[in-house]
Design a protein around this ligand. Structure first.
Ligand SMILES: *[C@@H]1O[C@H](CO)[C@@H](O)[C@H](O)[C@H]1NC(C)=O
Ligand SMILES: *[C@@H]1O[C@H](CO)[C@@H](O)[C@H](O)[C@H]1NC(C)=O
Ligand SMILES: *[C@@H]1O[C@H](CO)[C@@H](O)[C@H](O)[C@H]1NC(C)=O
Ligand SMILES: *[C@@H]1O[C@H](CO)[C@@H](O)[C@H](O)[C@H]1NC(C)=O
Ligand SMILES: *[C@@H]1O[C@H](CO)[C@@H](O)[C@H](O)[C@H]1NC(C)=O
Ligand SMILES: *[C@@H]1O[C@H](CO)[C@@H](O)[C@H](O)[C@H]1NC(C)=O
Ligand SMILES: *[C@@H]1O[C@H](CO)[C@@H](O)[C@H](O)[C@H]1NC(C)=O
Ligand SMILES: *[C@@H]1O[C@H](CO)[C@@H](O)[C@H](O)[C@H]1NC(C)=O
Ligand SMILES: *[C@@H]1O[C@H](CO)[C@@H](O)[C@H](O)[C@H]1NC(C)=O
Ligand SMILES: *[C@@H]1O[C@H](CO)[C@@H](O)[C@H](O)[C@H]1NC(C)=O
Ligand SMILES: *[C@@H]1O[C@H](CO)[C@@H](O)[C@H](O)[C@H]1NC(C)=O
Ligand SMILES: *[C@@H]1O[C@H](CO)[C@@H](O)[C@H](O)[C@H]1NC(C)=O
Length: 467
């Protein structure tokens, strides 16, 4: 069976998401990482409930923490990152997959960015699988902790007039308001297969829940952690991030409820700040699950955000999504995990000319020895031949259906659906250029398996969309 992928892309719409140089000084949002705080807005609603631990081949817990918009050399110059590098392995050929932020966050949990090339409001149809489907099939607990997200499963649908982010009291200055939380840094909530399933949506929690789950020794086995817009460097500098790491991550490395003997912590960046260079990001694998003899070493293997998926998939024998995580060029498994699982990497490392440019590439299916998960509701009869030609909705004056907010929200943990509303995000007012994006519409054909993604997102400047 063959399945086509259709990708849209932007026409140089991008507004580079470089941080605004607002001079801000770090101050801790809570007394400690184990403490709840009114600064986090929503109080916790109790401890997460997890199934029994499922042992992995190389590690039992995976915690990824994403910092924002920083070139490799900038991070390498930071004292905090230098200190941390002695407690783990430095991956010095690790690449983000595109620009700007949101598509990278989508890629890291969904294996593709589906043609998205901006930070607009999107929701991705329910038949598109994510890492959550693979983890749940094996009863492996998962969670996402989003600092300053106001309530569990927050989709922003109840805040349409304010946009798709959350603005609250500025806790650093105590004056006025500040936007600390943005949906575009919360990859899983963008997927309807998560946002539209109550038990899944409620596993996307805030930092008061984190404090609670940590104290209860109930941090899940797979985690995605997004600090707020000041702590992740988006609005600040690498020095501010260093202060936050000193406050938050350093103590947690000594907390056995966080860093067990079998925990791997991936500290990485969504993308480089500079769009004109390749997308190499400073990335550390930390934690007691990283073999001690590797601490302080550098691993020059070519990795991408898809490696975070393929590494987890290899560790627990999860199969694959069949997208970037199955692309043999892009899916190298972290070497110490490859060794422990018998996975063979592709040999690309160092400054090899085989490392592709990662400014706006689209990835396609290339299964490697693993079963590909097919989400419920996927019509596997849809083939390249059967698919209609891409339609330019902008030319027809129609909105992109995946840019219309479906109105899913959770109030006190209960799903509430309001009528879909246009988000106003797709109007394409951007006039920026020079991001180095290539604007081609690509069609790729899968090889011998069916997959769950068979659509394209329409992008503001007006390309495409299928069915
Ligand atoms: C909120 O953050 C400010 C700035 O760090 C701090 O002074 C205050 O104590 C915090 N509130 C709580 C409840 O921790
Ligand atoms: C997952 O848990 C359910 C319910 O406890 C059980 O029926 C199922 O067999 C488990 N699946 C795996 C792969 O362990
Ligand atoms: C917890 O529940 C209360 C109401 O019971 C709600 O206002 C609050 O937003 C919830 N907190 C979180 C983090 O979901
Ligand atoms: C929050 O959302 C609004 C409306 O979409 C947008 O104008 C604003 O730039 C966003 N703020 C941040 C910090 O992203
Ligand atoms: C959410 O799920 C319900 C069924 O539970 C379905 O009717 C609805 O179309 C879904 N909404 C979206 C946006 O996928
Ligand atoms: C973790 O490893 C250390 C040293 O190898 C050992 O002393 C300790 O008992 C282990 N802790 C747990 C919870 O396994
Ligand atoms: C993986 O195994 C190979 C072959 O035994 C060895 O040379 C290499 O050092 C190992 N790498 C890691 C990161 O364990
Ligand atoms: C895998 O990714 C590379 C680099 O982006 C790309 O050139 C190649 O076409 C992809 N392979 C397949 C089978 O799609
Ligand atoms: C996935 O769902 C969307 C929305 O319902 C639909 O348009 C699309 O055809 C489906 N794709 C596949 C491959 O079934
Ligand atoms: C897929 O094709 C088979 C065989 O032609 C047919 O029986 C089935 O109804 C089709 N499924 C869908 C969802 O169209
Ligand atoms: C789609 O239509 C818009 C508006 O007519 C046009 O600007 C754009 O170039 C078209 N996109 C493609 C890929 O043809
Ligand atoms: C949510 O919970 C709060 C506190 O328990 C309550 O005051 C409020 O009425 C609830 N909202 C809804 C819509 O049930």
């Amino acid at each position: 069976m063959r399945t086509a992928f259709l990708f849209g892309s932007t026409l140089a719409l991008s507004v580079p998401s470089a941080f605004a140089a607002i001079a801000q000084s770090f101050a801790p949002p809570a007394a400690s990482p184990e403490s709840s705080s009114a600064n986090y807005t929503g109080q916790t609603n109790g401890t997460i409930s997890n199934p029994a631990l499922v042992a992995g081949k190389a590690f039992d817990r995976f915690i990824q923490i994403w910092i924002e918009n920083t070139d490799y050399d900038t991070a390498a110059s930071s004292a905090a990152f230098q200190t941390l590098s002695k407690q783990g392995v430095l991956f010095n050929q690790f690449y983000a997959v595109t620009h700007p932020s949101e598509p990278n966050y989508l890629a890291a949990v969904g294996g593709d960015f589906f043609g998205a090339g901006d930070d607009n409001f999107y929701h991705i149809p329910q038949n598109v699988s994510t890492i959550v489907d693979l983890l749940e099939a094996k009863n492996i607990s998962w969670g996402s902790y989003q600092e300053n997200m106001p309530s569990d499963g927050f989709t922003c649908a109840d805040l349409l007039l304010k946009g798709f982010n959350f603005t609250q009291k500025n806790y650093l200055t105590n004056q006025g308001e500040y936007t600390y939380y943005v949906r575009k840094h919360n990859g899983l909530i963008v997927f309807d297969s998560v946002a539209n399933v109550t038990s899944r949506a409620l596993r996307i929690r805030n930092f008061n829940d984190f404090a609670n789950d940590l104290k209860a020794n109930d941090i899940p086995q797979w985690n995605f952690i997004t600090p707020n817009l000041v702590n992740d460097g988006h609005d600040t500098t690498i020095d501010f991030v260093g202060d936050w790491l000193n406050y938050w991550l350093f103590p947690l490395l000594n907390d056995p409820n966080f860093n067990t003997n079998r925990t791997v912590i991936l500290l990485t960046f969504d993308e480089t700040e500079t769009y004109t260079i390749n997308n190499r990001i400073y990335t550390l694998a930390l934690g007691n699950g990283v073999p001690r003899d590797l601490w302080g070493t550098t691993d020059p293997t070519f990795y991408t955000h898809y490696s975070a998926l393929s590494t987890v998939e290899a560790n627990w024998g999860l199969g694959a999504l069949g997208r970037g995580d199955s692309n043999a060029t892009l899916n190298n498994v972290f070497a110490f995990v490859a060794n422990a699982t018998g996975w063979k990497n592709n040999g690309i490392s160092g400054d090899s000319p085989d490392i592709p440019l990662h400014r706006a590439e689209h990835v396609r299916l290339q299964p490697r020895r693993r079963p590909i998960f097919v989400a419920p509701g996927v019509d596997t009869n849809l083939t390249a031949a059967a698919l209609p030609a891409p339609v330019n909705l902008t030319a027809q004056g129609k909105p992109n259906p995946w840019g219309v907010d479906p109105g899913i929200a959770y109030v006190n943990g209960t799903q509430v659906i309001s009528p879909p509303s246009p988000t106003g995000s797709g109007s394409g007012s951007g006039s920026g250029s020079g991001s180095g994006k290539n604007g081609a519409l690509g069609v790729g054909v899968g090889q011998g398996v069916s997959v769950a993604a068979c659509f394209a997102l329409g992008i503001a400047a007006g390309v495409l969309v299928v069915f």
